[in-house]
Design a protein. Structure first.
Length: 342
């Protein structure tokens, strides 16, 4: 069924198709008979809860940040069966992001390229929506800095978002690895990470509820730099890792150089990033000795892909591009086909 729906959706610009598809499903769920049939088709049989970083997740599969940037779709996403959803990336002030077009499909490679640029309505509007989040869904908050904020003031933005969102999410992710905000990846160095996490941990110590703080990493690290990165993660007392964000590499694409140049810059996600994200994931898992939980993300389309993430050391997994290409039934299919005993 989704193949037919996807055919028509893929005739539209990606951002428009995203909203239309979700609006159609949301409307269909309001009709008694159709809604009941849809809910039955999404239903997860015998979900297996998992406890990671002190949080009990209804199941192991989450939706990565970037899909529900402003926490507008949490009730709908829960219907699809996700064990958790990461909202954002959110910034202190609303910003439009980069000019359109800024999201591109590459069907031949089951990939997307985006240069969205942290487009969002700002932290205050997100918090208002999170006050009415659905029961039973674990929600993570992915925080970033505004494009106009210079790097030497970046920690102010992260602290501001952290304080605002803390009471309304279950965990927080510091995003300094998106390739679509100029200079953001320059923050992936020791002094910034250690200094920022120290500030965030001091704020957390004043709260009554302990919530883990994760760090989202780029897949574009040289492997020679991973050990240094692990030392930074350990020194900063990071509670968990999200591995990985999108890549600036185009090595795995099979489209022509002319097509790649036409699309332009942006972060690549989907099937072409599967191997590189897995390599980073496995290296981090080995170097960290399993002491810090890792959310594995990048190129997951089915239960075999998801199982591979777990084998490489992931404690939880997230999807994004696979959801776009396979539709909401991907959640049920992945959870049914994961081999937890591998």
């Amino acid at each position: 069924m989704y193949s037919l729906i996807k055919f028509f959706l893929f005739l539209l610009p990606p951002e428009k198709a995203h909203d239309i598809a979700l609006n159609l499903i949301q409307s269909a769920l309001k009709w008694p008979i159709i809604g009941a049939l849809l809910r039955r088709s999404f239903k997860i049989e015998n979900p297996i809860p998992v406890t990671v970083a002190g949080i009990t997740f209804p199941n192991i599969l989450g939706l990565a940040a970037g899909f529900d940037k402003d926490a507008k779709r949490l009730h709908l996403l829960k219907e699809f069966g996700f064990g958790f959803v990461e909202v954002g990336t959110v910034t202190p002030k609303a910003q439009k992001g980069n000019p359109k077009p800024r999201l591109f499909r590459i069907p031949n490679n089951l990939a997307l390229i985006n240069r969205m640029g942290f487009n969002n309505e700002g932290i205050d509007k997100m918090v208002e929506r999170l006050k009415n989040r659905p029961d039973g869904l674990i929600v993570g908050g992915n925080i970033g800095k505004n494009k106009s904020t210079p790097n030497d003031k970046a920690s102010i933005d992260y602290v501001f978002c952290f304080e605002k969102i803390y009471d309304y999410v279950d965990y927080i992710v510091v995003n300094i690895s998106s390739p679509n905000t100029p200079g953001l990846r320059d923050l992936q160095e020791e002094s910034f990470i250690v200094g920022l996490f120290s500030e965030l941990q001091k704020i957390r110590a004043q709260r009554t509820v302990y919530k883990p703080i994760f760090l989202k990493l780029s897949p574009d690290f040289q492997f020679s730099a991973i050990r240094d990165l692990v030392k930074i993660i350990t020194k900063a007392k990071v509670d968990g890792i999200v591995a990985t964000n999108t890549t600036i590499s185009r090595d795995k694409l099979t489209i022509s150089e002319k097509e790649i140049e036409k699309i332009g810059p942006g972060g690549l996600s989907g099937q072409p990033i599967f191997e590189s994200s897995n390599s980073i994931l496995a290296t981090l898992s080995i170097e960290l000795g399993g002491q810090i939980p890792i959310i594995g993300v990048g190129g997951i389309f089915n239960g075999i892909d998801a199982t591979e993430k777990l084998v490489r050391g992931a404690n939880l997994i997230q999807i994004y591009t696979g959801f776009v290409y396979e539709g909401p039934w991907i959640v049920k299919n992945i959870l049914k086909d994961i081999n937890y005993n591998s």
